[in-house]
Write a protein that binds this ligand. Structure first.
Ligand code: B12
Ligand code: SF4
Length: 411
């Protein structure tokens, strides 16, 4: 059967400017599903749209897919919604199934908006039943079935992607699914439920496969630096294969002196560690359930810097319990860190309310948020509400944030 898998455009500019489209790397979730469907004997076309919406009708006309699968997160949902409706308006009569993070965290609302156009919405991981879905074509909201042993999932079908279209030549890899932490803004716990690890032997095989296509891999684990032994083994394999990698970590873990030997090993092989610092106020960090100590933040960046490992520091303003002083402290810290350790990149975001996160329990999302329309066109991801302690502070905070983006972040 012919199956087309579509990843709608997602924009990186506030105005959804077509010249400003995320093209960083291919969608891993579709890579896995394509691989499984292909192994089951189906013919697959993957189309990562990246602004080329006009090509969709032509691709459908020539490929004639019996099934179209669409993958979307909340930020790209307006484009996924348009795509579903557009397909039917253009006369597509086949089976449409939608999945990914957004339909998984907001299934009922998404189904309400798509039920006349899509045939099926899948919640969660779908490797275990994607073949059955396309073959039996169930209707309505169904649950995806995870493959419990991650080693049984075939490697992503990178040969089916137009890899030269991405801005980064690096390819993603995921060595584990889920995260043991529960930061207030994050949907990881709700989506993955538990933490599952692949065996290091299975990871080695995938790295050997990736080595034939790239020199650097990007680790998409929610938190890669959890277990010292695994990180050491992963690094060792990359060294043997001549691969480099980018990953993420946590301040509370790297602050522990027992990790210093791991960082020593990573030197030269790991080229970048992303750290979600979020705030430079301890009070705010505690409210966000970050489980990190402010006193550990600078020393951890220094440890990376001393070893020549690049780092990204992610910060968030308009946090829960954040006063004007706390916000200023965080922005001053952002500026300080950039100058203290040149080369450390700092990014700042506003706190967003995504469906089914601890934050959305604490501060319920208004019924008026439909995830399609723009709520504040000055901002990136205009369909996702920002968290504000007081709505009356909106303009002040948005303006401070936009200024900080321009003068502190600059990327
Ligand atoms: C890599 C990544 C990115 C990359 C995207 C690269 C790419 N092209 O995919 C980049 C860096 C660009 C990115 C950006 C952002 N990201 Co991001 N990102 C991730 C990350 C770490 C991994 C995604 C991934 O590959 N997962 C692994 C695969 C296997 O899972 P999956 O895609 O969900 O697919 C499975 C199922 O969903 C399902 N499925 C998926 N598609 C389909 C389709 C069909 C038809 C079916 C049946 C099933 C199905 O089956 C798949 C296999 O089991 C996730 C966290 C995570 N661990 O998932 C966050 C995550 C997706 N990002 C998130 C966010 C918030 C952002 C940003 C807003 C961050 C920011 N402030 O800038 C931006 C938004 C970008 C935009 N404009 O839309 C949130 C999304 C929350 C939400 N409600 O949507 C997540 C979940 C992080 C989190 N835990 O909160 N991100
Ligand atoms: S933000 Fe990162 S560390 Fe926190 S819960 Fe989500 S994935 Fe885990």
């Amino acid at each position: 059967m012919k199956i087309m898998l579509i990843h709608p455009t997602y924009y990186s500019s506030p105005d959804c400017n077509p010249n400003s489209i995320y093209r960083s790397s291919p969608p891993l979730g579709l890579g896995y599903l394509a691989s499984i469907l292909h192994k089951a004997g189906h013919e697959i076309m993957i189309f990562d749209v990246m602004g080329r919406n006009k090509e969709i009708p032509m691709r459908i006309q020539y490929f004639k897919p019996e099934v179209i699968g669409i993958s979307t997160m909340t930020n790209s949902y307006p484009q996924a919604y348009e795509l579903c409706h557009g397909l039917r308006k253009a006369g597509y009569k086949g089976y449409i199934v939608i999945g990914g993070v957004h339909p998984s965290v907001a299934p009922e609302q998404t189904w309400e908006q798509l039920k006349g156009v899509a045939n099926c919405l899948v919640i969660g991981e779908a490797e275990g039943n994607i073949v059955e879905i396309v073959e039996k074509k169930p209707t309505g909201i169904i649950h995806g079935v995870p493959i419990e042993n991650l080693d049984d999932i075939p490697f992503p079908a990178w040969d089916m992607f137009e890899l030269s279209r991405y801005s980064s030549p690096n390819l993603p890899i995921m060595t584990a699914r889920g995260c043991p932490f529960n930061c207030i803004f994050c949907s990881s716990k709700f989506f993955w439920k538990t933490v599952k690890f692949r065996s290091i032997e299975n990871v080695r095989k995938e790295l050997e496969y990736l080595k034939t296509r790239t020199g650097t891999v990007m680790i998409y684990d929610d938190t890669f630096m959890l277990k010292k032994e695994r990180v050491l083994e992963f690094t060792q394999i990359c060294k043997e294969l001549g691969l480099r990698y980018r990953c993420n970590g946590r301040v509370n873990i790297l602050a522990n002196a027992t990790w210093d030997e791991v960082l020593d090993e990573m030197k030269g092989t790991c080229i970048q560690v992303d750290l979600g610092v979020e705030s430079y106020s301890q009070k705010v960090l505690d409210k966000m359930n970050k489980q990190i100590k402010r006193r550990d933040i600078v020393p951890v960046f220094e440890k990376l810097y001393e070893r020549g490992i690049g780092a990204n520091c992610y910060l968030i303003v308009s946090n829960v319990g954040e006063s004007d002083d706390d916000r200023e402290t965080t922005l001053t810290f952002a500026n300080y860190l950039k100058h203290l350790l040149p080369g450390v990149r700092v990014d700042i975001q506003l706190l967003r309310k995504y469906p089914n996160t601890p934050l959305s329990q604490l501060s319920p999302i208004s019924q008026e948020v439909d995830w399609i329309k723009s709520l504040d066109t000055r901002l990136r991801y205009p369909n996702v509400p920002i968290y504000l302690e007081n709505e009356s502070d909106r303009d002040k905070i948005v303006n401070e944030f936009l200024q900080a983006k321009q003068f502190i972040v600059g990327w």
